[in-house]
Design a protein around this ligand. Sequence first.
Ligand SMILES: Nc1nc2c(c(=O)[nH]1)N[C@H]1C(S)=C(S)[C@@H](COP(=O)(O)O)O[C@H]1N2
Ligand SMILES: [Mo]
Length: 334
Amino acid sequence: MLIPSPKWLRGDDIAASEITPREVFESRRRLLMMAAAGAAGATMSPWLMRQAHAAQAHGAKLAAKPNTAYAITEKVTPYEDATTYNNFYEFGTDKSDPARYAGTLRPRPWQVSVEGLVKQPKVYDIDELLKLAPLEERVYRMRCVEGWSMVIPWVGYSLSELIRRVEPQPGAKFVQFITLADKKQMPGIGSSVLEWPYSEGLRMDEAMHPLALLTFGLYGEVLPNQNGAPVRMVLPWKYGFKSAKSIVKIRFVDKQPPTSWNLAAPSEYGFYSNVNPDVDHPRWSQATERRIGEDKGSGGFAALFAPKRKTLPFNGYGQQVASLYAGMDLKKFF
Ligand SMILES: Nc1nc2c(c(=O)[nH]1)N[C@H]1C(S)=C(S)[C@@H](COP(=O)(O)O)O[C@H]1N2
Ligand SMILES: [Mo]
């Protein structure tokens, strides 16, 4: 059995970045991670695996002013869980795949094209977009359609800040988010599990809701690649898959846009996908969820052993967003 040296597991190796050219350092670090994940994968405990992945995750600081308007009192999920238990199918379908393989994603240089039915279309450089409005820290509850949840301090600003600046035309009824699909950076693109590029969408009033966060960071740091660097959406009242990662296009359109998960399984994933304990997924109940990081064990088993919680309508954000859906049959528009 291979026992990894505690020195690099602790992340001490990161100090080498000061004396080693970044590229060399990063590829060396990746090799260490791959050795840990691969060679020892069969015998290393899930906890050790996650420490190995966590060692690669910390990014540059990203300052933001806490916005307590939507503050929740639940315990924040440990950083290690939020950055090693991910869904990002462009890097594979296992929860540990994004942390393992997203090192190949290059979040700079990066442009986001804001286009379609707007008076001021523009291709934003990511660093211009980052400075468009003051960054806020918002602690949001997140709920995946698979039945697990987390509490994450995100860094970003309301998408409405951007929407106002590009001035939608009267015909713009929906916003579509299109994310990067580059085979060279994303090993999962070879698989046909979803149609690429990943696409998501919102109705204009949903997109304008202040809770809808254009997100650049988490835990006071820039987004790690596995969480959707350099920019993603975060929509806390909807199932996680609505929160598209690594966005390259924001398109204003007149009709409800196609979305990747709806195309893959229309009977299981609707356009709205509001968190709703009363609408079961065809293959499982949505009445409860497990909070990642609350388990005593960890790793891929986290979701199995964490205690069950009741899932709340709109993920607990009903007071803020329920009025958007007044008069709609949410069983039909699931
Ligand atoms: N581009 C892209 N965005 C994506 C996904 C994906 O596979 N590709 N997965 C979604 C799903 S199912 C979830 S639950 C969240 C997970 O975000 P997190 O890993 O930061 O918690 O990202 C969403 N955004
Ligand atoms: Mo998800």
